[in-house]
Design a protein around this ligand. Structure first.
Ligand code: SAM
Length: 285
């Protein structure tokens, strides 16, 4: 199957609607009451063409590469990882990085538009042919086959699941697709700081210099709605579930991961309120 076929039709179900229609649609759809949109299925309506293209044109891969350094690569190599499943491929940044480092990589995502963009980015950045699979995490085993040494779910992606049932289901699917001594690396924004420290922490995050800004538009215990503003003044939104750090650690433990190390902005030691991101490294054994 070509990536165009995939982008048009998907590998198999998962998306709530006809993917061909989603690919064609440029506008985000939140309906009359955006604050009521708290559904795990809604991500396919949020990552639409306009947003994806703008985001990727502006976020400089080279800068991202530099700021991340070798953190993920070192975590994987230290564990002798060879095969990796990137379950939140997005526009392909980490998949391409992994291929460059020689990992056997499969790139999955629930958004056909993202996979199409990732595939073309793979060719652009180093002539890599990404192995893309359209799959929703909640039914991952149905659509992706095999067992992996590692699974990565990065770029604050897990936040798109709005119910605990969906989170447990997704983590159980990740667990099942790992080899007996596999590792899951999953990250999240530091929502504890945003929820607990009040307005002062609801600062604007800038990407690619000052070109793109992300700021909380609404935050409560069940919703973090962020507004992204681009240089041409266009605005896009993402509705996310504000995951607390210790809650995610508990879920990871409860689905069976034996050891969970949580880093703050790639550091082992940090004051809880400081990092923008937490990264959980969860070992099966
Ligand atoms: N990892 C990439 C990065 O860091 O640039 C992309 C991150 S993007 C914020 C989140 C990605 O997760 C999107 O590509 C979205 O389609 C995907 N996603 C969200 N919920 C999903 C689900 N239930 N199943 C599969 N993919 C999902």
């Amino acid at each position: 199957k070509s990536v165009d076929d995939l982008a048009q039709h998907g590998e198999r179900g998962g998306a709530a609607e006809d993917p061909a229609e989603l690919v064609a649609r440029e506008e985000q759809v939140f309906g009359d009451n955006p604050l009521e949109v708290r559904e795990s299925d809604h991500y396919t309506h949020e990552y639409v063409g306009g947003f994806v293209d703008k985001w990727d044109d502006l976020i400089d891969w080279k800068k991202r590469y530099e700021s991340e350094g070798r953190f993920f690569i070192d975590q994987l190599k230290a564990r002798g990882v060879e095969s990796v499943l990137d379950v939140a491929t997005g526009t392909g940044f980490h998949s391409v990085r992994l291929l460059e480092e020689g990992f056997e990589t499969v790139s999955a995502d629930g958004s056909p538009q993202m996979l199409a963009k990732a595939f073309s980015n793979g060719l652009t950045y180093g002539g890599h042919i990404l192995r893309v699979v359209h799959a929703d995490w909640r039914w991952l085993n149905r659509d992706v086959h095999g067992e992996y040494d590692a699974i990565i779910c990065l770029g604050n992606s897990f936040t798109h699941l709005f119910s605990e049932r969906d989170r447990r289901k997704a983590l159980a699917e990740f667990y099942a697709m790992l080899k007996h001594d596999g590792v899951l690396i999953i990250d999240q924004r530091n929502y504890d700081a945003i929820l607990d420290d009040g307005f002062s922490s609801k600062h604007t995050y800038y990407y690619a210099g000052d070109d793109v800004s992300a700021e909380p538009d609404h935050v409560d215990e069940g919703l973090a709605r962020f507004k992204y503003t681009f240089p041409d003044k266009s605005e896009f939104f993402l509705n996310m579930y504000p995951l607390r750090k210790n809650y995610v650690r508990r879920l990871l433990r409860e689905v069976g991961f034996q050891r969970i190390d949580t880093y703050g902005d790639f550091q082992e030691t940090y004051a809880d309120q400081d990092p923008d991101f937490f990264i959980h490294v969860a070992e099966k054994n």
